[in-house]
Design a protein around this ligand. Sequence first.
Ligand code: HEC
Ligand code: HEC
Length: 305
Amino acid sequence: MSSRMNRCVAFCAVILQAWPLAAFQAAPPTPPAVATPPATQDPNARPPRRVGGFVPGQQRPPEDPVETAHGKTLYDINCRSCHGADLRGGDMGGPNLLRSQVALSDKKGELIVPIIHGARQAMGMPAIGISTPDAEAVAMFVRSVMGTIGVQGMPPSAGREPPSILVGNADEGKAYFATKCAGCHSATGDLAGIASKISDARVLQTRWVGAGRRNERRRSAGPGAPPPTAKITLPSGETVSGTLAHIDNFLVTIKLADESLRSFRRDGDNPKVEVNDPVEAHRNLLGQYTDKDIHDVTAYLVTLK
Ligand code: HEC
Ligand code: HEC
């Protein structure tokens, strides 16, 4: 990033800090027209010079529509339950992003992506296990909504029913399932009747796409992912196995079958620790699905009644 841009970022941040919230709500004076660069601008190009005041939600270059659509799909899966279909806050306690200074100031994911990846865990927003390019697409979608809000702070879609998510092809979903999922699941075994158990297609989609995610809020909403286990081999050859409670470079703690906790100091490979996370495959798959794969597999899973 050029020093000039750094200065702009710092400067805009200062302005935003000082900007009273009321200024967003009252109709601001129409700013002087500024040339907006096309969406496909050279990423290394210098930022356009801003003339007049910075009015969030306006003067934004249009975002790439394909990326934005991809970001919307990921938003619906990963963020919507907490931040709402229209970004104004959801059932599970996420704040209104239309009033978020972070979202208003974000230019290319630099502020939103770290939050998606866990910067606000202490404040109740879990780390979302999506890749950086995917997180950038979500940030782009969020910006695209900010770009359409008027002075009332409402996206044009507010109040409308979300479109059905059942837009996939069940046969192609079945084929995808056979190659990517059937190693661990079966339509006549563990997933038989899953669509009767989970009758809302959107919930079903969130469940399978998010099966690798692990956080307490999600667990309270459903069974959640089974915890990882660890097997510890001491220098004596003795092995101890249990549910992984904590691990870092210096300490590993496991919960034994009788619920008691046992900790071991770690020094490199001593003792040897083997972690087995049953849903690691789900997290790895997250980076591989295309939107079409997700829609197709969901269209297939809803047939498993
Ligand atoms: C389990 C609920 C939950 C999910 C899922 C979630 N968030 Fe959040 N998010 C929160 C909470 C709670 C906060 C407030 C944290 C704080 O106070 O700093 C937050 C804060 C944020 C903020 C900062 C708002 C501000 O101005 O401080 C952004 C941006 C954000 N979330 C984006 C996202 C995106 C994008 C996703 C999906 C990829 C997502 N969140 C998924 C709960 C969630
Ligand atoms: C390497 C093994 C593995 C692969 C591959 C895998 N899964 Fe899973 N999946 C699991 C485990 C383990 C769980 C958690 C146990 C559970 O909830 O049943 C799980 C959970 C789920 C659940 C939630 C079940 C419930 O009752 O809540 C669904 C649905 C699901 N997976 C679908 C899929 C789909 C669709 C694919 C392919 C795109 C897939 N899985 C690939 C191992 C795997």
